[in-house]
Write a protein that binds this ligand. Structure first.
Ligand code: FES
Length: 583
C-alpha cells in the first residue's frame, strides 16, 4: 500500500517519537488497539448517524460493521464515531433547523481526529446533505454510504410509499372517505422496516444525488435497506475508503461544477424532491462552486423525467433498483451528463456507466420516450419572489401551472391551523393560498409546511389541488401545485409579507413568473407600514440560526460557513507538532 504524497494524515498523530505521539498511541492502546492494528495504516473514520430516535437509520450499526470489515480487508483501520442524527419524523420543530449544526459536527469531527478518509453513513433526509456539507468543508478524502430504501408497506393490497400515499389517505380521512379504524390499521402498517422512505422523497433523492455527484460507489443508492447486497456494498465502500486515503483523493476534486450539473440532471430525471435544491446549493457553497437557482431552471429545460417512481410516477425505489438502479438512470441520460467528471472510484462517470440501458423501460425509460417532458421543475421570479421560488411541475396539476386567483393569506402556521377548515373562510378552488412566516428565519428552519392543506369544504366539492405559495419547503413525498422557497422570505421583509387577502396573484410556471398584481406604489406604502414579527428565539442555537442563516436561494447555510475552508488541507497546524520536542 503506497501512502499518499506527504504521507498519511494520521501519521501526524501516531508517527511522532515525541510526547504527542506517545499520548496519541497510548490513547489508541487504551481503547484496546495494538500498534500493529493501526500504526502506519490508513485510518478510516466511519461517521455514523445511527440513533434510536432516527428509525430510518436504525440498521446503521450493522452497516458500520460491514464497512469496518471492508476497511480491514483493504489494509486500513476503522474508527467509528457518532454524530448528531436528524430524525425527520420525531425531531421538532424541524430537522432543517439542525442540518447546519450536524454539518458543523461532521466537519469538525473529521478535521479534529486522525482520519485519513471518512465513510459518511447517512440516510434520513437531512443526514446526507449535512454529511456532504461537512465533508466538503473538511476536505479529507470521503465516501458516502446511504442507508437504502425501506421495504415498502402493503396496505389493502397496495405497496405504499411512506409519505406520498399518506397524504392521499389523510385527505380521504378529512373528506370522510376513510374510517378512523382503517386509518389506525394504516398507522401500524406504514413503516414495516428500517431504511429511508421508499419513494423518491428527499432521502432517496439525496441518495441519488450522492451517486450523481460521484461521492459513492456506482449502484449503491437504490439497494434496499434490508437486502443483503447493501451489506456487501458497505464492505466495498469501506475498502474503497482505504484507496481514497492512500490516493489522497479529496472531495474538492470531485465536487466540481460539472458534478453538480450531473447531480441536478439526475434529480430532475428521477423527479426528485425540491428539498434537494436547497441542499445542493448549500453543498456547492461549501465546495466553492457558484451554483444558483438559474442553473436548476436551465437544466430542467432539457431534462425529461425518465424514471417512473412516486411521487411523480407509479413505482417505488425498490423497482428502480431491480431495473438497474441509478447507474441505469445515468445511462439513460448519458448525453446530458458530464461523463468526464471524476468520482470516488478514481475513475470518470463514463468509466462507471453500465454498457447497456435499463431492460425494463416501464420503470426507467429513454429520454426519447420519457414519462414526462423536460421542465419538471420551474424556478419562478417576479415582484413576489425577487430571489426566486421553485415549483415541482412534475408533481403539480398541469392546468394550474398558469393561473391567476385571489390570495387567501395565512400569517403563520398557527393562523392557518385555526382558519383553513372554517366553513366561513372566503375561499374557492380558484383562490391562491398563501402562508408566510415559514422560511429559514420565520419558521424558523424552513419547515415542510409548503403543501398547505386544501380546505375541507373544497375537498368535499372534489377539489384536489390549488395553487399554494409559501416561503416554506415541502416534503419530498408530497405533491400539488405548491410554489415553495419564496426568497427573500416574509420574516426577512420579502414581498410575501406585503400580500393581502384578495390581491390577485399570477403564476406562470412556463414563463418563470410569480407576481402579485398590485402597483409598485401600493407595495411601497405597505412596506412602510410593515412590522415584522419578532424572532421566536432569543437564546442558544436557534437564535444563532435565525441571525446567521442565508435565504433559500443560497441553500440556508450559515453565512460564515460558505466558501472553501481556511484550512484547505485539513491538516493539524504547526502548534500541534510544536507542543513538545521529540526524542
Ligand atoms: Fe427518514 Fe423519510 S422520514 S427518510
Amino acid at each position: 500500500m503506497t501512502p499518499p504524497p506527504g504521507g498519511l494524515r494520521s501519521a501526524k498523530w501516531f508517527a511522532g517519537r515525541n510526547v504527542p505521539g506517545f499520548v496519541h498511541r497510548s490513547a489508541m492502546r487504551a481503547s484496546g488497539f495494538s500498534r500493529m492494528a493501526f500504526e502506519g495504516r490508513p485510518i478510516v473514520g466511519i461517521a455514523n448517524s445511527w440513533s434510536e430516535v432516527v428509525n430510518c437509520n436504525m440498521h446503521f450499526r450493522g452497516l458500520a460493521d460491514s464497512v469496518r470489515r471492508g476497511v480491514l480487508a483493504a489494509g486500513g483501520f476503522p474508527l467509528e464515531f457518532p454524530t448528531i442524527a436528524l430524525g425527520e419524523q420525531l425531531m421538532k420543530p424541524t430537522t432543517m433547523l439542525f442540518r447546519n449544526l450536524m454539518a458543523m459536527d461532521v466537519e469538525e469531527s473529521i478535521r479534529a481526529y486522525p482520519f485519513d478518509a471518512v465513510v459518511l453513513l447517512g440516510g434520513c433526509d437531512k443526514t446526507v446533505p449535512a454529511q456532504l456539507m461537512g465533508a466538503a468543508s473538511a476536505d479529507v478524502p470521503a465516501i458516502a454510504l446511504t442507508g437504502g430504501p425501506a421495504s415498502p408497506a402493503v396496505f389493502n393490497g397496495r405497496q405504499l410509499g411512506v409519505g406520498t400515499d399518506l397524504w392521499e389517505y389523510i385527505d380521504d380521512v378529512r373528506a370522510g372517505r376513510m374510517s378512523m379504524a382503517e386509518y389506525e390499521r394504516l398507522e401500524a402498517a406504514a413503516g414495516p422496516s428500517r431504511g429511508h422512505c421508499p419513494e423518491m422523497g428527499t432521502a432517496s433523492t439525496m441518495a441519488t444525488i450522492v451517486e450523481g455527484l460521484g461521492m459513492t460507489l456506482p449502484g449503491t443508492a437504490a439497494v434496499p435497506a434490508m437486502d443483503s447486497r447493501r451489506l456487501q456494498v458497505a464492505e466495498e465502500v469501506g475498502a474503497r475508503a482505504v484507496g481514497l486515503a492512500t490516493e489522497g483523493l479529496r472531495p474538492s476534486r470531485i465536487l466540481t461544477a460539472e458534478a453538480f450539473d450531473n447531480a441536478i440532471t439526475l434529480m430532475l430525471a428521477v423527479g426528485g424532491s425540491t428539498n434537494a435544491i436547497v441542499h445542493l446549493l448549500a453543498i456547492a457553497g461549501r465546495a466553492g462552486v457558484p451554483l444558483t437557482l438559474d442553473r436548476f431552471h436551465e437544466l430542467s429545460s432539457r431534462t425529461p423525467l425518465v424514471v417512473n417512481v412516486r411521487p411523480a410516477g407509479e413505482h417505488l425505489v425498490e423497482q428502480v433498483f431491480h431495473a438497474g438502479g441509478i447507474p441505469a438512470v445515468m445511462k439513460s441520460v448519458e448525453t446530458l451528463l458530464h461523463t468526464d467528471a471524476l468520482t470516488v472510484t478514481g475513475k470518470t462517470v463514463a468509466d462507471n456507466l453500465p454498457a447497456q440501458p435499463a431492460a425494463d423501460t416501464s420503470v426507467i425509460a429513454s429520454p426519447a420516450e420519457p414519462f414526462q417532458p423536460p421542465r419538471g421543475l420551474a424556478v419562478v421570479r417576479g415582484n413576489l419572489a425577487p430571489g426566486g421560488a421553485v415549483l415541482k411541475c412534475a408533481a403539480a396539476s398541469p392546468e394550474l401551472l398558469v393561473h391567476q386567483g385571489p390570495a387567501v393569506v395565512f400569517e403563520n402556521m398557527r393562523d392557518m391551523l385555526a382558519r383553513f377548515d372554517d366553513p366561513d373562510l372566503d375561499v374557492t378552488a380558484d383562490s391562491v393560498l398563501v402562508l408566510r412566516s415559514a422560511g429559514p428565519r420565520g419558521g424558523p428552519g424552513m419547515p415542510e409546511w409548503g403543501q398547505l392543506p386544501i380546505p375541507s369544504k373544497l375537498l368535499r366539492q372534489g377539489v384536489t389541488d390549488m395553487v399554494r405559495i409559501s416561503d416554506a419547503r415541502m416534503s419530498g413525498t408530497a405533491y400539488g401545485t405548491c410554489v415553495l422557497h419564496v426568497s427573500p422570505e416574509s420574516a426577512a421583509g420579502g414581498p410575501l409579507a406585503l400580500v393581502r387577502d384578495g390581491d390577485v396573484i399570477s403564476l406562470d410556471a412556463h414563463a418563470g413568473l410569480l407576481e402579485v398584481l398590485v402597483t409598485d406604489e401600493e407595495l411601497a406604502s405597505r412596506r412602510e407600514a410593515l412590522v415584522l414579527p419578532p424572532p421566536r428565539h432569543s437564546r442558544g442555537y436557534a437564535a444563532m440560526y435565525v441571525d446567521r442563516v442565508l435565504q433559500a436561494d443560497r441553500g440556508c447555510d450559515f453565512d460564515f460557513l460558505v466558501g472553501r475552508s481556511e484550512h484547505p488541507e485539513s491538516e493539524p497546524d504547526a502548534i500541534f507538532d510544536g507542543w513538545v520536542g521529540g526524542w
